[in-house]
Ligand binder design. Structure first.
Ligand SMILES: Cc1cc2nc3c(=O)[nH]c(=O)nc-3n(C[C@H](O)[C@H](O)[C@H](O)COP(=O)(O)OP(=O)(O)OC[C@H]3O[C@@H](n4cnc5c(N)ncnc54)[C@H](O)[C@@H]3O)c2cc1C
Length: 289
């Protein structure tokens, strides 16, 4: 199908973008990589009257560690995450996830900001952000505000980004102890959305005690889901086989998958249990190596 008619603007500064978003009103949409929005427009699930393309705004694509945070600009492309030495040396959960997202063509255009701002529990980065306990910078005419990722997802395609605002940066606290992270999703075929996916991040001190744990789930809950009960079991533990098994069991119990073409509820819960266990072991191995 062909999208409905729309007007197009490509501002060259954030200020100009805010002004256009205010001028065009509620039916305007931000265009980043376009790899979620444009398919939706073609299917007429979305029919914005105006597109505000933020690709010409300089300074929105970067990956840096400073002030105790890993900072990622919203317009950083998926392939840039795969290629960044900061990411590939330490934050393996990103590279695990990026490699499983669609295909190289999508990854050359899709942005990290768009992946999260889309507000879809089937996307892979929301779970990664939950595991890493990210904060999101949302900017507008009144300045910047920081929102915890725990408060970011409000509903299906609904997030904390309000009309006239732009997601500009993602901040992840730099780990203080030995750190390991991992992501895997089970998919029907290469490039598919997850049947179930699990992101894990853990920190371990010199005595082998887990000081921080984050677990996020993909596509097994109406909203991207953080598994607090599993995290609580792990923090303060020595990450024994029993601790890991309990955390995996809680993740499977606490999610709310729905039956669809990818599988029924029991199958998806089973996947969550198995993948959580495997990703925890992988993250622990990475933390110790
Ligand atoms: C064939 C195919 C397969 C795919 N498979 C996967 C997959 O397996 N896993 C996965 O995670 N994704 C998948 N995707 C989606 C892809 O990763 C998208 O690129 C991503 O979801 C959206 O990023 P984008 O930059 O393309 O955003 P866009 O499509 O431009 O925008 C998406 C939404 O976010 C809003 N938005 C974008 N940027 C901002 C911003 N900075 N501030 C505020 N709002 C913003 C837009 O207005 C729009 O509503 C797939 C896409 C395709 C076409």
């Amino acid at each position: 199908m062909i999208a409905e008619n729309f007007k197009y603007a490509a501002p060259s500064s954030l200020q100009e973008a805010y002004e256009l978003l205010h001028e065009y009103g509620d039916d305007a949409k931000i265009l980043a990589g376009g790899h979620s929005l444009v398919p939706m427009m073609k299917l007429r699930f979305a029919s914005p009257t105006h597109l505000v393309d933020i690709n010409n705004i300089p300074g929105l694509a970067y990956i840096t560690e400073e002030d105790g945070y890993l900072k990622i600009g919203a317009m950083t492309r998926e392939h840039e995450l795969e290629e960044s030495s900061i990411i590939t040396n330490k934050y393996h959960v990103f590279t695990d996830a990026s490699k499983l997202i669609a295909d190289p063509q999508v990854r050359n255009f899709g942005t990290i900001g768009g992946n999260i701002a889309h507000g879809d529990a089937a996307n892979d980065h929301p779970a990664v952000m939950l595991a890493l306990k990210a904060e999101v910078q949302i900017s507008g005419q009144d300045g910047d505000r920081m929102v915890s990722i725990n408060d970011f997802f409000h509903g299906f395609y609904m997030t904390a980004v309000q009309h006239g605002e732009i997601l500009t940066e993602i901040r992840i606290p730099v780990p203080r102890n030995k750190f390991g992270s991992a992501y895997h999703k089970e998919e029907r075929k290469v490039g598919d959305y997850a049947t179930a996916g699990v992101a894990v991040a853990i920190e371990i001190d010199d005595n082998g005690v887990c000081t921080n744990a984050g677990i996020g789930l993909t596509n097994v809950n109406p909203l991207p889901m953080k598994v607090e009960r599993s995290e609580a079991v792990l923090i303060g533990s020595r990450l024994t086989t029993e601790d890991i098994a309990t955390a995996a069991k809680y993740a499977a119990e606490d999610c709310s998958p729905s039956e669809d073409l990818r599988g029924d509820e029991d199958y998806k819960r089973h996947l969550v249990k198995v993948i959580t266990k495997r990703m925890l072991n992988k993250a622990i191995q990475r933390a110790k190596s």
